[in-house]
Design a protein around this ligand. Structure first.
Ligand code: G3P
Length: 226
């Protein structure tokens, strides 16, 4: 499962890249708005930092396919070919996806709440389909199960599209999809931090340090003990 950051805060992205093995960055219009910067200003900063080969996902906002295609061409021109154009999985979005795949653009089908939307995006040639796990949970359905179903639909129908699960709110949702072997998950910085936060681990490590210092002296490590 690829591990992707769902955020546009360049400082947070730098911090997370320093610690975790990250495969790319996803954004959406809400995330861009939170950055407080103009879209291409912040997106170019992210692209410069992650490098030309890394995945960067950028969403279109037009309601019609023609407008989506115009946005997609600009996104690709400004941010490079390894940019995935996120297209909402509406009727117009499906039309745009088909056209974008014809000219070799990377496409992420987004705003997916149902298995059928994902299947149709897969048929349209999308590289990724992004089910919104927690938002589906909030509707009283099961977001993790929906993402697993979509993974199975792609495999059983011989579609190359991979699941890029999004909208996580806790570690359990991420873990279940990791165990299932889906293609990718994009996760917000706070949920990423939660993946490794564990008081028992902190206490265990502190106890080891305390015991070592009692043996060798305060501040000593394996670097400078006898
Ligand atoms: O881009 C989709 C995803 O980022 C939505 O996440 O947390 O707004 O439900 P959230």
């Amino acid at each position: 499962m690829k591990f992707i950051i769902d955020d546009a805060d360049i400082e947070k992205i730098r911090e997370l890249y320093a610690t975790f093995a990250v495969d790319g960055v996803t954004t959406n219009p809400t995330i861009l708005a939170k950055s407080g910067k103009q879209p291409f200003e912040v997106l170019k900063e992210i692209r410069d930092f992650i490098g030309p080969e890394a995945e960067l996902h950028v969403q279109v906002v037009a309601a019609d396919a023609e407008g989506m295609l115009e946005e997609a061409h600009r996104i690709r021109k400004e941010l490079g070919i390894n940019t995935y154009v996120k297209v909402p999985t509406t009727k117009e979005g499906l039309k745009a996806m088909k056209a974008l795949k014809k000219d070799g653009t990377n496409v992420t089908a987004t705003a997916i709440y149902t298995q059928m939307q994902a299947y149709l995006a897969g048929k349209a040639g999308a590289d990724y389909a992004a089910p919104y796990v927690n938002r589906i949970d909030n509707l009283g359905a099961n977001g993790v199960k929906t993402a697993k179903d979509i993974h199975d639909i792609f495999k059983k129908n011989g579609l190359k599209t991979e699941v890029l699960a999004a909208s996580f709110k806790n570690s359990q949702q991420v873990l279940e999809l990791c165990q299932y072997g889906i293609g990718a998950s994009t996760i917000s910085p706070d949920v990423i931090e939660g993946l490794i936060k564990n008081d028992s681990v902190t206490m265990a490590v502190s106890a080891f340090v305390k015991d070592f210092e009692e043996l060798c002296g305060t501040g000593r490590t394996m670097k400078d003990c006898r």
